[in-house]
Unconditional design. Sequence first.
Lengths: 275, 233
Amino acid sequence: MGTITEPERRSALPGPIGQNGVVPPRSTAHRQGRPARLLSAVFQPIGDEGRASLVERRIADAIRGGVLHAGEKLPSEQELAQTFGVAPATVREALLSLRSRGLLVTRRGRGGGSFVADSADPMAFTTEALLATTRVSLRDAATHYLAITRACVELAARRADPSEVELIRARVHRAHGGDLRMWRRIVDDAVIELAALSQSARLTREQMRLQAELSPFFALIDQDEAEQRRRLEAMDSILNAVAEADASRAGNLVADAVAHDVTWLIDHRAELEAQ
Amino acid sequence: MTMHAPPATGSPSTIVADYFGQAIDELESWKAKFSDDLAAARARGPVTTDTLDALVAPYALSTFDALDLPVYGSGFIASLNSLADASSHLAWWQGADRAQLVLAAQSVNKEAIDYSELEWYRVPHETGEAHVAGPYVDYLCSDEYTITIASPIFLDREFVGVAGLDLLIDQVERDLTPRLAPHGSDISIVNGVGRVLLSTSPHRETGDSIRGAELASLTRTACPGMALEVVSG
C-alpha cells in the first residue's frame, strides 16, 4: 500500500534489507509484524550495506505506526548498530535526521539518550496517511487483506477445534472496554491466532504482515466506542462460525467486516478532505 | 471400534513414541541440572532476564547436537511474573545459526507477552508432565509449522517455566513417513484434538482433523508417554 511510509517502495517483508530493495532470504531470527511484536520487525538486521536512510525509515515507520510510543526511549546507538548490523556512525546519521524531522528528541545526562517525541501521535500520523492515500489504494489494500484473511478463517473453520476458538474469544472479551492501545493489541493478536488455526504457515505469515500494515487504520476506526462494540460483535460472530465449522459463513462475515471498515475509512477521508 | 492395544515392538506407535520420546528424555535430563542452577540463582535473589539467558544458553545450545532429531529451536520459557525485570521472557535459540531469539518487545520496551494459553506452556503447566504440542503455526518464534516438545519445571512445587525444543513439521515428515510407510498406506499420527501430524495416506493432510464418528471407526493405538495416537483405516 505504501501510504503510511515514504513514497519509495519499501521491502515487501520486514527483515533484513539488502541493496536495491531486493529482499534477501529470510533470516532465521526473522519475525513477522504482529503489532505486539512489530518492534521485532523494526529491530531486525538491516544488512551489510545498510544505509542511514534505511535505518531512518525503519524507525520513522515504527513511530508513525505507533509501534514505538510517544516518549519511549530508544536503545543506545551501540545497541541499535548491533541490532541493525550497521556501523554506529550510520545509526548516528539516522538519529540526527529523525531529530531534525521532529520524530526524536535527545536528552543529555543521566538517563539520557534518544526518545520518541512526546508529540508523536500515531493517530495524527495515520490520519495524515489516510489523507495522503487514494480511494483506489485503500480498496486494493482491503482487497488484499480480505483475500488472505478470508482464506485463513475458512481454513480455520475446517481445521480448528472448538476449544482453540474459545480461548481466543475469552481473551477478546476481557480486553473490551479497556484502553484503546491494549484493545487493538489483543484484537490484532486474536486475528493472527485465528489465522494460525488455518494450519498454513504461508498464509499466517502473510496475514500477520497485512494485519500489521492495516492495524493503524483499524485503530483510527476503533477510537469510536460504537465501532469498538461492533468489532467485538463481528469477532464473536466469526468465532461462532469457525467453532461450528461453517467455513462459508465465517468467510462471508469476514468480508462484511472488511467492507464495513473500508467504507468507514473512505467516508472519514471524504469528511476530512471537505474540511 | 476403538482399540487401545499395547503397542508391539517396531509398531507405528512405538516408532512414534521412540522418536518424540528422545526429545522428552533429553529435556528431562537437562532440566534436572538446569533446575539446580536456577534454584541456586533464585537463592541469591530475584533473577533477571540476563541472568536467566546466561543460565539457559549452555543447555539450549547443547540440545541441537545431543539428539538425532532435526532440532530447530531450544530453550526455556519463564513462568509469567517470575522474573525481576520482566513479566514474561523466552530464553530461546533457533535456526541454522542457533541465534538467540530477540523479541524486541522483550528487549526494547518490556511489553509483556502472554503465552499462558499457548499449548506448549498451558498443558505442561496444568498436567505437570512433558507434552508434545502441535502441529501448529508458531507465530511467536519460528514462523513455521512446528511441533514443540515442552517439559515443566517446578522448584519447591512452584511452577517456574518450561524447557522446550522445536521440530519443524517438514523435517518430521521426512524422518517419520518413510519409517511408517512399510506398516500401511493409511496410517496417521493424530494429536489430542484430532489433528493429523502426518499420514502415510495421500488423502489425509497434516493439519486436517479426524474427529467424532470417523475417528471412532478407526483402529487407534496410544503412543506411550505422550498425547498422540496412531490411527489406521
